[in-house]
Design a binder for this molecule. Structure first.
Ligand SMILES: [Zn+2]
Length: 632
């Protein structure tokens, strides 16, 4: 999964009407309990939508048990959060062979127990979508894992939101029969089943087991689809753009170039023969998706982005995001532990290796761009420094393995987004260590290739043995690195790594705006506090705010005697472009319970940024190590 780290900010600040920046914007062998039919047939009706809901009927065949539990997932792989998709299920009915209703006990948000299951013919329920309710529900489903029901226009079938499973029947095959309005076409990596000639309007899909159902989202929309070949992989790109701003054709060339570079970077490591990119562009209104980013699957990804941005910005965001998702094929989709292989959708056990599942993935999504010449060295260093900067807004002393094991609970949950920041930096440090110890020959990509040769996608590793195994494959120094910085709580001294490769982090002053640095604001809006405008926390402030004595978290009550609200702040931002540096300003801010008046000249706003630069007179050894790191 990859989520935009400016997620909330983005939604809140779009009222400014500025061009918006999207910062990257992420089998068991149970005995069967059925007799008779050996598959579950799921019927989904996308034509007769009622009150924005879709009807689903599941026919499981006959049961030999008195009671059977039916589940909708609480969580799905890759999201690392409890989302309770059962909350979106309504009018749940268990129907017997005579058409009567059987008694059902609802055990929790996601579990229904059917009594007299021997008489059960079918389950019938209605599904509400998650996109509609994102602004109402506090901990809403991340859009790329969510569902959309937009009658006649778009259906995002992340199937864990539509189709459930019966206790003990996760491993039996599924057949999906979907009827959809004329003009809407499905895009998915799911295998097509045999079409019934008498029902031409029904699309049939088949899956070998429940996992395969949810690993293959389907989007129905008016077709805007392109395909291209990247070596031996057939890639399908499908785009839903409600106002027609973007098409698959307009985004194809850039996507193809990017994926070719990824494949060149990976070499022989993956074996996928087809890959589907489902891109959903949101209107950004109250009933539309707001969680920008993507979720990985074995042979596809769902990407959600805003529609109202420039092509350049959209491409930048989707390339970084799709690159990340595609690299998930390496881990966890290939290299993963038992916890993931035998994923329990309603009582998941978390692996301790998010440093790898998300960290290595995110690191590769940046490293391949420099190795394949898509970005400059300067861009790459800037990305690393941004990660260092953002990682400091999280608990740098939190053990990454402990956090990973407990990621569904606080305080670990709150640090989740650090898997994209420090998680990537752990891999950078590991990469430089490995290159140094192997005379430039081996790095993290080599390590992943070795691990994938050893395990492949159907053989999981034992969670608590992986690090020992990596140490055994490499060097004792790598064991110390893991013990100190991944298992242990010692922050990584990045300067030490810059020095190894002849780089130096130096602070430089650069010009910025009063309220925005480029398109990234210094202020934000708090919708939960009457749209109070506040100075953002956890970011570096510019000289304007610093010289006035403002602090992150200060609520701006008034400026020059004018009460601050959404309208006034927008005006002020517009006016600030013409401010003279000698202009005096009076800001009244609320800090905790106190009101403080801040006064001073607005000055010429500057921002101190830390830049990574190459050291004059770096040794041959340092330069060789840098070359090995950046060029692979
Ligand atoms: Zn991810």
């Amino acid at each position: 999964m990859k989520m935009s780290n400016k997620l909330r900010l983005f939604k809140n600040l779009c009222f400014f009407g500025i061009a918006i920046l999207v910062l990257q914007a992420c089998g068991s062998t149970k005995t069967l309990v059925t007799t008779g039919k050996t598959s579950v047939v799921a019927k989904i009706d996308l034509i007769n939508v009622v009150d924005d809901k879709v009807n689903v009927v599941l026919d499981p065949g006959a049961f030999a048990r008195d009671t059977i539990s039916f589940f909708i997932p609480k969580t799905v792989p890759g999201t690392y959060s409890d989302d309770n998709y059962g909350k979106y299920i309504e009018q749940f009915k268990a129907i017997d062979y005579k058409g009567g209703e059987l008694k059902v006990d609802k055990l929790d948000d996601n579990t229904w127990r059917v009594i007299n299951a021997k008489d059960l013919d079918r389950i019938d329920y209605w599904v509400n979508d998650t996109y509609d309710t994102e602004t109402e529900v506090d901990e809403h489903v991340f859009s790329p894992a969510g569902t959309n029901i937009l009658e006649g226009k778009n259906f995002m079938l992340n199937l864990h939101g539509f189709v459930g499973y019966f206790d003990g029947l996760e491993e039996i095959p599924y057949s999906l029969e979907i009827i959809a309005p004329n003009g809407l076409e499905p895009v998915t990596s799911l295998t097509k089943g045999i079409q019934d000639v008498n029902k031409p309007e029904t699309d049939v899909f088949v899956a070998k087991r429940y996992f395969e159902v949810i690993d293959n989202p389907i989007m129905y929309s008016k077709p805007s689809t392109e395909t291209f070949q990247v070596n031996d992989i057939a890639v399908t790109l499908s785009v839903y753009s409600p106002n027609g701003h973007f098409t698959a054709t307009s985004l194809k060339a850039g996507m193809e170039k990017m994926m070719r570079a990824q494949k060149a970077f990976l070499g022989e490591i993956n074996s996928t023969k087809h890959y589907t990119i489902i891109l959903y562009l949101s209107n950004m209104d109250d009933n539309d998706a707001t969680g920008f980013g993507a979720l990985e699957h074995h042979t596809s990804t769902v990407v959600v982005m805003p529609e109202q941005i420039s092509k350049e910005r959209l491409e930048e965001a989707i390339f970084d995001t799709v690159a990340h998702e595609f690299f998930h094929i390496v881990t966890p989709l290939t290299i993963h532990s038992n916890e993931i292989q035998y994923f329990d959708f309603n009582d998941p056990k978390m692996s301790m290796h998010l440093w790898m599942y998300e960290g290595t993935t995110e690191y590769f999504a940046n490293l391949f761009q420099i190795q394949q010449g898509l970005i400059t060295e300067e861009d790459f260093y800037q990305r690393l420094m941004e990660k260092v900067e953002r990682s400091k807004t999280f608990d740098d002393r939190m053990s990454f393995t402990v956090m990973s094991n407990n990621i569904l609970e606080e305080p670990y949950k709150d640090n989740y987004a650090n898997v994209y920041e420090k998680g990537a930096l752990i891999n950078m440090a590991l990469d430089i260590n490995l290159r140094e110890l192997s005379g430039g020959k081996k790095g993290v990509l080599w390590l992943m290739k070795e691990l994938s040769k050893k395990y492949g996608d159907s053989m999981p590793f034992e969670d608590d043995k992986l690090i020992d195994e990596i140490v055994a494959m490499t060097y004792p120094e790598i064991g110390k690195f893991f013990n100190d910085h991944v298992i242990g709580e010692i922050p990584i001294d990045y300067d030490k790594y810059w020095e190894k490769v002849g780089l130096l982090a130096t602070e430089q002053e650069q010009s910025t705006g009063y309220f925005f640095d480029g398109e990234v604001p210094y202020i934000d809006v708090d919708p939960s506090n009457d749209n109070a405008i506040f100075v953002r926390e956890g970011i570096q402030l510019n000289s304007f705010f610093n010289n006035l004595g403002a602090q992150g978290g200060d609520i701006i009550k008034s400026v020059d005697g004018k009460i601050t609200n959404l309208v006034n702040i927008r005006l002020l931002i517009g006016q600030s472009i013409n401010w003279d540096s000698d202009k005096e300003i009076v800001l009244v801010v609320q800090r905790g319970d106190e009101e403080i008046t801040l006064t001073g000249k607005v000055g010429i706003p500057t921002l101190n940024v830390v830049k990574l630069v190459s050291v004059d007179g770096a040794s041959d050894k340092q330069i060789e190590l840098r070359e090995a790191w950046l060029n692979g």
